[in-house]
Design a protein around this ligand. Structure first.
Ligand code: NI
Length: 168
């Protein structure tokens, strides 16, 4: 397994629309394992393949505190959503920035699992937020897109400052 470098906003590659996975094979499972390792190391609760510069419709997530709720979503589709919630979101590609985003409260998702088998699950609360945030990544959207221009400008300054500090 290996830790993968995470693309950082405003890297234009984060705007790539990911392509459907055509084959769930050992190479894809190796990527899935690396993505979990990378996500847990950060730590984060979700990671889209887009963020590690692999433009496939693949998400790993785990909103638990003890690695007990691992989910692999290959070619995920939202089949139903209801309600709304406001949640303060963060993103491994946009460190130090947190934004309140309005999302559906409950979503039903259809996807393939690690073995390529179709399954469906319904998520609510934080897990529903995570699914919607990660599917956005696959479509080339980043949560800062939901910010007002002024707040986005402030966030950009914060990120630039962080990048400079990391170079020193
Ligand atoms: Ni994100």
């Amino acid at each position: 397994m290996a830790l993968l470098p995470i693309l950082r906003f405003p890297d234009p590659r984060l705007r790539t629309v990911a392509k459907p996975v055509e084959q769930v094979d050992d190479a894809l499972r190796a990527l899935i394992d690396d993505m979990f390792e990378t996500m847990y190391a950060e730590p984060g609760i979700g990671l889209a393949a887009t963020q590690v510069d692999r433009h496939l419709r693949l998400i790993v997530m785990d909103v638990s505190d003890d690695k007990s709720n691992k989910k692999v979503l290959i070619n995920p589709e939202l089949v139903a959503s209801s309600g709304s919630q406001l949640c303060k979101e963060g993103c491994l590609s946009v460190p130090t920035v947190f934004v309140e985003v309005k999302r559906a409260e409950t979503v039903t998702v259809r996807a393939l699992d690690r073995e390529g088998q179709p399954y469906e699950f319904t998520a609510s609360g934080l897990e529903a937020v995570c699914v919607q945030h990660e599917i956005d990544h696959l479509d080339g959207r980043v949560f800062v897109d939901y910010m007002t221009p002024l707040k986005r400008e402030m966030a950009m300054k914060k990120l630039a400052k962080l990048a400079r500090a990391e170079q020193d």
